[in-house]
Ligand binder design. Structure first.
Ligand code: ATP
Ligand code: MG
Length: 335
């Protein structure tokens, strides 16, 4: 592969499978996950709590620890992140690839002032002198809406509120203008004005740097306003993918249909995922066949016996894992 072709490849995830050995057996938290993110593309990852969204992002970043086990292929610009040396991975993390964690406290260093944490990242990956680093740290804090940045630069994470910590996390992640951003519910704890500001910033970076983004969110308004494509996860698997317009207009998986519920078709108002009747299955004891069948009104015998593959419907990138996807797409009533 030439350099150009490798760079154009963006992120390629194939057969990513992450399991955890627990006292109740092996939990399959991510199963056979396939997706691509092209340079400059924003892909939304949605699904109810426990469906494997965070595990997928952490697996891509190689942040799964024992008793977790990851297999499959994760390529970034033609380089395999799974087999890459720890040293090479360390260089890429925080510079080319950055992650915004769902729990900011776990990612922030409790004994280092926030300003230092931003500057550390700049020091590790960019050639800026001390004055330029400080200026950039202040600029980033202003961008993410941390007031009185001059003073707060010297404060520690425990002096920040939850929302402010999340902003600090975003500032650290964006410090080196990454080429790939894995953003796990980046704006959930923030009020709508700051949320809009941060999403606008992400889209600006996307345009300016051709940054690729994987955006995990529960907010369908955010998906509609921000993402180009989306992938829907259920019980560790991607069950539907397509452009946001395609999936919103005509979901082909009963689970997606349920999630979308009565989504307003326009506007960016906050529209959370609908909850669906029934409970998610136990990951250590998944139902045979399609994992969704116990909650599905379209299920027939085959769904109880066989797992539906994630297959192309109308194009390579428009896929659904449902034996009855044509019926689902046509059905008028919401399950
Ligand atoms: N270290 C671990 N040991 C055992 N199970 C784990 C571990 N980490 C995650 N899991 C399990 O993997 C499953 C998927 O978790 P994950 O955090 O990816 O869900 P999620 O889709 O991000 O949910 P949420 O929307 O609540 O953030 C969960 O059932 C979780 O309990
Ligand atoms: Mg999560």
């Amino acid at each position: 592969m030439t350099t150009g072709a490798a760079e154009n490849a963006g992120l390629v995830v194939r057969g990513l499978t992450t399991t955890f050995d627990t006292v109740r057996g092996t939990a399959i938290a991510a199963a056979d996950v396939d997706f691509d993110v092209a340079p400059g593309e924003v892909v939304g990852l949605v699904g109810e709590s426990g469906s494997g969204k965070s595990v997928t992002l952490r697996s891509i970043m190689r942040l799964i620890r024992e008793p977790g086990h990851v297999s499959g292929r994760v390529e970034w610009r033609g380089r395999d992140l799974v087999s890459m040396s720890a040293e090479e991975l360390r260089r890429i993390r925080g510079s080319e690839i950055a992650m915004i964690f769902q729990e900011p406290m776990t990612a922030l260093n409790p004994v280092l002032p926030i300003g230092m944490q931003i500057e550390e990242n700049l020091l590790a990956h960019m050639t800026l002198d001390a004055r330029a680093r400080r200026a950039r740290a202040l600029e980033l804090m202003n961008i993410v809406g941390i007031p009185a940045a001059e003073r707060r630069l010297h404060e520690y994470p425990h002096q920040f509120s939850g929302g402010m910590r999340q902003r600090a996390m975003i500032a650290i992640a964006l410090a080196c203008s990454p080429k790939l951003l894995l953003a796990d519910e980046p704006t959930t704890a923030l009020d709508v004005t700051i949320q809009d500001q941060i999403l606008k910033l992400l889209l600006e970076l996307r345009d300016r740097l051709s940054m690729s983004v994987v955006l995990v969110t529960h907010d369908l308004g955010v998906v509609a306003a921000t993402c180009d494509r989306m992938a829907v996860m259920y019980a560790g698997r991607i069950v539907e993918t397509g452009t946001v317009a395609e999936v919103f207009a005509r979901p082909h998986h009963p689970y997606t249909r349920g999630l979308l519920g009565s989504v307003p078709r326009s506007g960016t108002s906050r529209t959370m995922l609908q909850s669906i009747e029934g409970t998610p299955p136990s990951l250590t004891n998944l139902p045979a066949g399609c994992s969704f069948h116990p909650r599905c009104s379209f299920a027939t015998d085959i769904c109880l016996r066989e797992r539906p593959p994630l297959e192309p419907i109308t194009s390579e990138a428009r896929r659904a894992a449902c034996f009855h996807h044509e019926l689902v797409a046509k059905a008028e009533t919401i399950i």
